[in-house]
Design a protein around this ligand. Structure first.
Ligand code: DAH
Length: 347
C-alpha cells in the first residue's frame, strides 16, 4: 500500500518527466498534440492519474486528489505557456514574412502618353490661350470659296498651284489650310477678333517632310490699330515658350494672297543657338511659319471696314514644330503609330 511520500514522489517524477518532454516540443502543433497525449484520461501521464484513485487508501484520497489537481493545473499552465510562446513566435514570423514596407516607392504603371502632335497642339493652345486667344474649330470639308476665293485666291490664280488640292466635287474640297477658318470667324463675328484654329488639312503631297494629311494651327487677330509689330511681339513670346528662352524670331518678306505684307517667320536655331548646325543647315535660322497683315480685300469681303480695323494672321505647321522640337527626321514617323518612337516623346 502506498504511503503519501511515495505518491508525492511519483507525482514529482511525473512533473520532472513533463518538464523534460516540454523541452522537446518545438512548435505550436506539437504543443497542441502534447496536451492531448498528456491529458488523455486513459493513457495520459496526468489525465489518467484520477483513475488510480481506487487504489489509494481512503485516508490519503483527499490529499492525493488535491496533489493530482495541483499537478494537473501546473501541467495545463505549462502547456498553455508553451502554446502561447509558439503561437506568438509563429505569428511574428508570419508578420515578418508578410510585412509590407509602406515606405517603398510604388510600382509605376506605365500609361501611354499623348501623341507628339497632340502634345504640340496642346502646348500651342496653352501658349496662345494664355495670351487671350479663343479656339475656333473649322471644317475639314470646305467649299472652294472659303478655302481659296475668300482668301483672295480666285479661280485660275497661280497661288492655287501652291497647294495640290483634293477636290471632292467642283465646289467641295478637303481644306488645304486652316486659313479657311479665318473667313468663317470674320463673317460671324465683329472685331475685336482673337482666335486660333487648330485642325487637319489635306494636300496631295508626299515625301519625307510632307504628308497628304497634316495639322496646322491658324491664328487671327483683328482690331483697331493692329500692326506687324504686334505680330512680331506675339511671336517672340510664342517661340521662347515653345523652343526655349533666348529663341529669337526673324521676319522675311514672302507672299500669301490673303496677307499684305506677308512674311516667313524664322526662329534662331534652338539646337546650336545660331552658330550653324545640321538642323538649321548651317544658317543659324529655321523657318517655322507663315504670317502677315490681313489683306484689306479679305477684311472688306467679310464685311469688316478696313479703314477702321486691321488684322494679323499666322499659320503654323504642327508636325513641323513637332519634328523640329523632338528631332524627328521623317514625317511618316508621326503617322505610323510605332510605340517605340512615340514612347520617347513625353514632353
Ligand atoms: N495658309 C498658309 C499655308 O498653308 C499659312 C499661312 C501663311 C497662314 C500666312 C496665315 C498667314 O494665316 O497669314 O501655307
Amino acid at each position: 500500500m502506498a504511503d503519501l511520500n511515495e505518491l508525492v514522489e511519483k507525482l514529482s517524477a511525473i512533473r520532472t518527466s513533463i518538464e523534460e518532454d516540454i523541452k522537446n516540443v518545438s512548435n505550436f502543433k506539437e504543443a497542441f498534440e502534447y496536451r492531448k497525449v498528456l491529458m488523455d484520461s486513459k493513457t495520459g501521464k496526468v489525465g489518467s492519474l484520477m483513475r488510480e484513485m481506487g487504489k489509494i487508501p481512503g485516508e490519503l484520497k483527499a490529499e492525493y486528489g488535491k496533489r493530482v489537481n495541483e499537478l494537473k493545473n501546473w501541467a495545463q499552465g505549462a502547456v498553455d505557456d508553451l502554446e502561447k510562446k509558439f503561437k506568438e513566435a509563429e505569428l511574428n514570423l508570419r508578420y515578418e514574412k508578410e510585412a509590407v514596407d509602406v515606405t517603398l516607392p510604388s510600382k509605376k504603371h506605365k500609361i501611354g502618353n499623348l501623341h507628339p502632335n497632340t502634345q504640340v497642339r496642346n502646348q500651342l493652345v496653352d501658349i496662345f490661350g494664355s495670351m487671350g486667344f479663343d479656339i475656333f474649330e473649322g471644317n475639314e470639308i470646305e467649299t472652294d470659296y472659303y478655302n481659296f476665293t475668300a482668301l483672295n485666291i480666285p479661280a485660275d490664280h497661280p497661288a492655287r498651284d501652291m497647294q495640290d488640292t483634293f477636290y471632292l466635287s467642283p465646289d467641295f474640297l478637303l481644306r488645304t489650310q486652316t486659313s479657311s477658318g479665318q473667313i468663317h470667324v470674320m463673317e460671324a463675328q465683329k472685331p475685336p477678333i482673337k482666335i486660333i484654329s487648330p485642325g487637319k488639312v489635306f494636300r496631295s503631297d508626299d515625301d519625307a517632310t510632307h504628308s497628304p494629311m497634316f495639322s496646322q494651327m491658324e491664328g487671327l487677330v483683328v482690331d483697331k490699330g493692329i500692326t506687324l509689330c504686334d505680330l512680331k511681339g506675339m511671336l517672340d513670346v510664342f517661340v521662347e515658350k515653345i523652343f526655349g528662352d533666348g529663341t529669337k524670331t526673324r521676319l522675311r518678306p514672302s507672299y500669301f494672297p490673303f496677307t499684305e505684307p506677308s512674311v516667313e517667320v524664322d526662329v534662331s536655331c534652338f539646337a546650336c543657338h545660331g552658330k550653324g548646325c545640321k538642323l538649321c543647315k548651317g544658317t543659324g535660322w529655321i523657318e517655322v511659319l507663315g504670317a502677315g497683315v490681313v489683306n484689306k480685300k479679305v477684311l472688306e469681303d467679310c464685311g469688316i471696314d478696313s479703314d477702321v480695323y486691321s488684322g494679323i494672321a499666322f499659320g503654323i505647321g504642327i508636325e513641323r514644330i513637332a519634328m523640329l522640337k523632338y528631332g524627328i527626321n521623317n514625317i511618316k514617323l508621326l503617322f505610323e503609330s510605332d510605340v517605340r518612337v512615340l514612347d520617347q516623346i513625353d514632353d
